[in-house]
Design a protein around this ligand. Sequence first.
Ligand code: SF4
Length: 442
Amino acid sequence: MNEKQYFYHIITFGCQMNKNDSARMESILKSMNLKPTAEPEDADIIIMNSCSVRETAERRVYGKSRIFAELKKKKPNLIVCVTGCMPGRDKDGKLEKRLHDVDLYFPTRDMVMLPKWLSEINPELRSIDLEDDYLTVVPRTKNKSQAFVTIQTGCNHFCTYCVVPHARGTEGNRSLKSILDEVKELVSKGCLEITLLGQIVNHYIAPDPEFFSSNNPYQKNDFAKLLWEINQMDGVERIHWTAPHPVYMDDEVIDALTLPKQINFIHLPVQSGNSEILKKMNRRHDRDFYVDVIKKIRAKKPEIAIGTDIIVGFSGETEEKFQDTVDLFRECDFDISYNAQYSQRSGTVAAKAFTDNIPKEEKKRRWFVLQHLMESIAYKKNQEYIRREVSVLVDTYKNGTCGGNSSEMKRVNFPGKEDYLGTIVPIRINRAAEWILWGDMV
Ligand code: SF4
């Protein structure tokens, strides 16, 4: 007798870390003999991997749960699960109460229990044994040339606006050996670009430092040491990491930016250009400290592209304080910035201690000011790429056009062949707009 084929559908909200966790769940479900489906209506199991960073992200999960509750009326055996940051931070169960007819509600680390729980609900689903640590589950990815490797979970910093320490717990660092083994495995399967993930990636502390090579040139910072180790591996062509914290950008990490396989880009969140707001945010650095770090980075690697994160409209951000952020943006000459309008998150220190006193309209206006500034700087900076050669890791092909990211994380399109997918090619840029460069193969 043929076994019934069961299908799953995963919806991922939020950051790269969540995407990586969803890829792990895909791997688990695949081991249980389940197949993916693009349509939730065709699925037997729907998993929403939630994000709590903004209220809008949580509202989308509530909305989807209502839709899936309706779907369950037609498909009573449908299993709906919610994981990620919402269950992680929901200590009093208030968020769960707002969801409609969800069968499994669990924090990310409990994904290793999925096979057991799913097979308890539907005994036709095969349970499998997994190790307790979810980071040992190898993520399932379609793109073989690029991979994300989580080196750390959680965060100890408790920036006053941030839910991450509440949702993902305090910092936990993965064993150096398991990171190096995972990278080796990925490279053996053709991976060219490794992106190391952590909430404060440059605060990585190896629990098993004995696995560092004796000739590693770095002495103090385990993250710089890790970068050097991965640089030594044959087959790795590009190393990228996100997100570092300014206070751990010490001399060794800045020096590691010059290692040969390090991409020519760094994303260094600043959040505000005003020292009083930074203090209120508990960022543990002031404006001058951040600007100094940027200067040191540019002194070491003058051509590097730099990105950041900024929050506008944090509690007490006057027009004058906002202008400090605008000035800092100009001074640091960022290539890209992920700008967000402050949204108060329950459970955070900011929600308890400060009033959210900047009107929505004003937050929006400030956001547009920064967006326009970013676009004008990005356009100007991108013109400097014309006639320059960049290396592009090709990840898309359609109708004779290839696309991919340069080492500066600029999106580049050029006429090419499907065969170039998953390879790194040299491209000379001949045209540039804010968010895209065009060129021809050299
Ligand atoms: S450093 Fe701050 S913003 Fe980043 S994850 Fe930790 S608490 Fe959140």
